[in-house]
Design a protein around this ligand. Sequence first.
Ligand code: ATP
Length: 482
Amino acid sequence: MDVKRLASFCQKVGIAYKTAEEYGGLAGFYDWGVRGAQIKKNVKDVWWSYFVERNELIGGMDGSIITHPKVWEASGHVGEFHDPIVKCTKCGNVYRADHLVEDVKGVNAEGLSLEELAKILKDVKCPSCGGELGDVSYFNLMFSTKVGPYEGTVSYLRPETAQLIFVDFPEHYIHMRKRLPFGIAQMGKAYRNEISPRGFLFRLREFEQMEIEFFFDPENDESPFYREIKHTKVRAKPWKGEEDVYMLDDIIDDYKGREWMIYWIYHSLKFFELVGVDMDRVRIRQQSPEERAHYSMDTWDVEFYFDDMGWKEIEGIAHRSDYDLSRHRTFSKSDKYVVRMGGRSFVPWVVEPSWGVERTILAILYSSYREDEERVWLDLKPWIAPVQVAVFPLLSRDNLPEEARRIYYTLRALFRTEYDEGGSIGKRYRRYDEIGTPYAVTVDYQTLEDKTVTVRERNTMKQERVGIDELLPYLGERMRWT
Ligand code: ATP
């Protein structure tokens, strides 16, 4: 399937569409509609619940989008958060130089220097007008803004949520009871002035991340979960080897914190499975040393295979050692980034899993889109579906609507439920299939006689008669994810 087709489907059913379409839209910005806003909330809720509420090692935070500009100097974003660009000297079109190399030459160009890119692009012409390309240079991706009136102070919209977790480490350490290891999770908006936003929800200028910084003592880096999960088999592409199915224990390098790296890869994959990503299209890929950020000892991307776009990163899991906390220690001149434990003073080390909300949802929607001669439907997990139960009266007369409404009022206290009496029953089923509603409850004439309704399951379209009294446990059992 192609992502463009998915995008027009999403617009049609109210999931997501270009922002301000009436004004022509704005590249890289999407709005979430009536159905999409709920899907997004559900994905974030499951993530928060899985990683924060049900994990005693993790606490949550919610940091500001604009913070002290020095934070972005310390993090390296002011100096280093840039992509290589090249401009056509004739039509003025701007391209991301590494992507252009990949498109035209079919080679992986991530991490190549400006000189290397310029050399490869020497004989390449502008794909749009055939004109000469100019020099390759860097473009910083942060959006800047001014805080306060008149000249104000220049700061930035955060390009990632992670940095706020690092800056506030002194607070977290106290409130996580001065013990290691622990993790802090955060989700929320991030902004990157991407050179060429594309791929529907894939590369945006405003998006959301769900990130965890997991802090540990490098001299005491064992994980109690290691033995249980180390033999897990995953589809993987180590940077030096071929893609194959490997045991986690066999492919993660021998460094301090490897057991936690294994832990985060394991749970990252579990989470994608839980929210309904097709795991046959998922692999983990290790970044090569040239590709990796300079501070990272090891990085594995979780990638999803799109038929038209190929393998694409939906999550990155990076070993960041003590880089970020040490930088904040130096730039803020604060010693609160150092912990004292067991007679030693040290800066904790970090493993960071970082998910994109939109890329996760893109992978979920891509995985769940179904069509046949009769209908189009989304095979969404009940905990992700925007509407979990639709309640219909068979006809809009003879007391059927009143009875259906009574059932709707009971169900909506527990499930995301909608009542609908518009159009034929067949049309109503299709309408709710399209947005992935797993169950439809229909009130018919038999209901008035024996207090039973039909419950129709979305994928099989099979109907079962269930007593009204049994509806809550019947549906409840099918909605739970653990
Ligand atoms: P890419 O190489 O695709 O630009 P990245 O390696 O810069 O991504 P990270 O900085 O590791 O991305 O960010 C973590 C996650 O945030 C990514 O795995 C992705 O899911 C999400 N993300 C990053 N940039 C964007 C974007 N422009 N639009 C949507 N999601 C994004």
